[in-house]
Design a protein around this ligand. Structure first.
Ligand SMILES: NC(=O)c1ccc[n+]([C@@H]2O[C@H](COP(=O)([O-])OP(=O)(O)OC[C@H]3O[C@@H](n4cnc5c(N)ncnc54)[C@H](O)[C@@H]3O)[C@@H](O)[C@H]2O)c1
Length: 341
């Protein structure tokens, strides 16, 4: 059985679905601080089975000990965490407590229970402002420019030290680039509980009439059209990467680092134009100054994951945007009461 912390969230839910579709038993632990219980119904509807669920906090050591004692868990996918950059600047202690403290507590409980296979949701933000593109895993980690990024790097360092001290561990650090998109059914996707921080969820809210215009932060970067360039990856490709990485963890020891990206960079304006083409909806734009902490360009070299895991992202930008738009439209057809149940 695989424990997914944060499994009711955007990425964790897609990972849960992929694992269940290939026959794994999944237990989700989530405190629902940024997700909805109804996500479990969506996973059940799509997979034909219901994942186990415990509403609880990864910082609760007593609860974790009970969970590991009660269920035959042999690996953990650790997605639980806080991820809003701006919020992390305002509330750094909450971010370090959850993202670093929660990881320490989880690792302690795993060691106590004799479970040593761990996959961690890390981020390309740990590379900081890398001078050369594309970024491969040998690039030095940089200086993340906000507490969120720092907390991800600190959590990685915690696990690196832990593995050095005990050779029973097998840890995979998955450095996600920019996950977007949704399940092709339109039944599972990202459902922000507050003002979105990232391009796609914000763009979708503008396109569906919930917000007036999309703010584009910076149009004077050293990029072809002056707007920031990122490596967007379909969330289902990302989830498939987790399945492959979990398989690899079971036959390896130590720490493995894998970039999960496509290797392609798209600018903000390219994403907006592609979305307009795919959806037929115009997106009003407002150009603003650069946002503190944002970098000009960031895209992955994903070859290590291809060579070591046999994984590569397969879904195009158009597909990511079409799936995300289908999900957004579906969300609006539902009664608000159904979603927030
Ligand atoms: N979405 C991205 O762009 C992105 C990029 C890089 C890395 N990540 C990382 O991937 C992970 C998942 O991201 P996501 O986009 O699915 O976010 P999300 O907010 O949708 O999911 C995180 C889940 O963790 C839960 N959670 C938070 N604190 C918890 C706690 N203390 N105990 C138990 N559950 C808790 C939330 O309720 C939520 O369901 C995060 O760790 C995030 O930092 C995300």
């Amino acid at each position: 059985m695989i424990l997914i912390t944060g499994g009711a969230g955007y990425i964790g839910a897609h990972v849960a679905l992929e694992l269940m579709q290939q026959g794994d038993d999944v237990l989700i632990l989530d405190n629902l601080c940024n997700s909805y219980r109804s996500t479990l119904d969506r996973i059940a509807a799509l997979s034909g089975r219901r994942p186990g669920f415990i509403q609880g906090d990864v910082r609760n050591r007593g609860l974790l000990d009970t969970v590991f004692a009660d269920y035959p868990i042999d690996a953990v996918v650790h997605c639980a965490g806080l991820k809003a950059v701006g919020e992390s600047v305002r509330e750094p202690l909450r971010y370090y407590d959850t993202n670093v403290g929660g990881t320490v507590t989880l690792c302690q409980a795993m060691a106590h229970a004799g479970v040593f296979n761990l996959l961690f949701s890390s981020s390309a933000t740990v590379y900081g402002d890398c001078a050369t593109m594309p970024i491969d895993e040998t690039c030095a980690t940089g200086q993340p420019t906000n507490p969120y990024g720092q907390s991800k790097l600190m959590a990685e360092n915690v696990m690196q030290s832990m593995v050095c001290s005990d050779e029973r561990w097998s840890v995979g650090l998955l450095r996600y680039f920019n996950p977007i998109g949704a399940h092709k059914s339109g039944l599972l996707g990202e459902a922000p509980t507050s003002t979105p921080n990232n391009l796609l969820p914000y763009l979708l809210q503008v396109a569906s009439g919930q917000r007036a215009a999309l703010s584009v932060f910076g149009r004077d970067y050293d990029t072809p059209d002056g707007t920031g360039v990122r490596d967007y990856i379909h969330v289902v490709d990302l989830a498939e990467g987790h399945v492959k990485a979990l398989d690899a963890l079971r036959t390896q020891r130590g720490v493995q680092i894998w970039n999960l990206g496509t290797g392609l960079g798209y600018s903000v304006l390219e994403v907006v134009r592609a979305f307009e083409k795919v959806s037929g909806v115009q997106v009003p734009l407002v150009f603003e100054g650069r946002r503190a902490g944002d970098i000009a360009r960031c895209w992955a070299n994903p070859e290590k994951a291809l060579n070591e895991l046999g994984w590569s992202a397969r879904r195009s930008l158009d597909r990511m945007l079409a799936d995300a738009w289908r999900w957004e439209c579906h969300l609006h057809q539902e009664e608000a009461t159904t979603l927030v149940s």
